[in-house]
Design a protein around this ligand. Structure first.
Ligand code: ADP
Ligand code: MG
Length: 379
């Protein structure tokens, strides 16, 4: 009986989700690590995951005293602020458990949707751990698990007459400039975002990046070596790797085109997995010259991502896709024919509480948005 109730509860939840549209927000709290454990006495008193879908942050830890009530945020008199999301993962949640919650979404790329998964949060909150993860099997993050699932699904669909072509690319946006993480050439290339007619339907346009390396992958091992190449590229570029990755967005894209030999159906989908630049507020005072431009660009592009999602949600006529490289690149994967998931990653450190609150507020705004209804691109 308990299982039946659980099933019913899930079904109801899914129906609510259908009504809500195609954007989801999942919050993940990382565990205390290393010295943090002893420093905090193993406790995270200011941040409590209250149930599967909500968490509470102590106001003393950073919440403003007269913050306005808005959206799905509920303020109580006891100095706590509540946030509700589609899912909240407590610190002990494994990589496999996180993936289980998004595997259906990943699957829908093969059904012809453009799927976008973002990791948003301050530096050190667990974005890269969530998206890439570690090298050990059980530590693998969303990207390798998604790739593996796609390959398995393609193999299974073969029996029903489907054959898929998979193309991968991996780029980075640093200071509003695109860099190809798969390129092996030393030559300096110009990477511009352009439009072209879709192969499937000349009436629809597709975004592409000039000179970007697009690799056709036929087996899972191909992708693993691409991911490793990208990892090395990022490390080489940076004198301080952490600093570099905290200031750039990385975008892994897998495009899939399927044809069914039995039914002549075709299907076109994509998966965009994005590790965003650190969301910590960067102070413009104190920076000068190139550094100031860089700081402004990072603040601007994250803010613009929020504005785009908001504009889509409010069905505004003008959506400011072109105000930043990231949204320009992803314009067909946000809104319209797409499904979007944002992870908001937060740190359990008490000295990070103010940034945690900023991240949760941003995520709460995103969570209120209902971006259209996704449609499959099939013919
Ligand atoms: P970000 O990419 O947001 O800057 P990272 O993913 O690099 O943060 O995480 C910071 C550190 O915390 C890394 O050493 C990472 O391995 C570790 N970490 C993050 N999330 C978890 C988690 N859920 N479980 C264990 N370790 C984690
Ligand atoms: Mg990172």
């Amino acid at each position: 009986r308990a299982r039946r109730e659980e099933t019913l509860r899930r079904q109801l939840h899914n129906q609510v989700q259908e009504l809500k549209g195609n954007i989801r927000v999942f919050c993940r709290v990382r565990p205390l690590l290393g010295e943090e454990v002893t420093q905090a006495g193993g406790q995270i008193p200011h941040l409590q995951v209250t149930d599967e879908r909500s968490l509470e942050i102590g106001k003393a830890a950073g919440a403003g005293a007269n913050e306005t009530m808005s959206g799905r945020r509920r303020e109580e008199g006891d100095g706590k602020v509540n946030f509700a999301f589609d899912r909240v993962f407590p610190p002990e949640t494994s990589q496999a458990d996180v993936f289980e919650e998004i595997s259906q979404l990943i699957q829908s790329a093969l059904d012809g949707y453009n799927v976008c998964v973002f990791a948003y949060g301050q530096t050190g909150s667990g974005k890269t751990h969530t998206m890439e993860g570690g090298r050990d099997d059980e530590l693998q993050g969303v990207i390798p698990r998604a790739v593996s699932q796609i390959f398995d699904a393609c193999a299974a669909l073969k029996e029903k007459g489907w054959s898929y072509t998979l193309e991968a690319s991996f780029l980075e946006i640093y200071n509003e400039t695109i860099r190809d993480l798969l390129s092996t050439s030393k030559e300096k290339m110009n990477y511009e975002i352009r439009m072209k007619d879709s192969k499937l339907n000349s009436k629809t346009k597709e975004v592409y990046v000039t000179n970007l390396k697009v690799v056709t992958v036929t087996e899972q091992a191909d992708v693993a070596s691409l991911l490793e190449r990208a990892r090395q590229q990022r490390a080489v570029a940076a004198t301080n790797c952490n600093e570099h990755s905290s200031r750039s967005h990385s975008v892994f894209t897998l495009r899939m085109e399927g044809r069914n030999a039995l039914t002549t159906e075709t299907c076109h989908g994509s998966l965009n997995l994005v590790d965003l630049a650190g969301s910590e507020r960067l102070k413009e005072s104190g920076s000068q010259g190139d550094r100031l431009t860089e700081t402004k660009n990072i603040n601007k592009s994250l803010a613009n991502l929020g504005n785009v999602i908001m504009a889509l949600g409010n069905k505004q006529d003008h959506v400011p896709f072109r105000n930043s490289k990231l949204t320009h690149l992803l314009q067909h994967s946000l809104g319209g024919n797409s499904k979007t998931l944002m992870f908001v990653n937060v740190s359990p450190r008490e000295d990070c509480a103010a940034e945690t609150l900023n991240s949760l507020r941003f995520a709460a705004k995103v969570n209120q948005c209902h971006i259209g209804t996704a449609t499959k691109r099939t013919k």
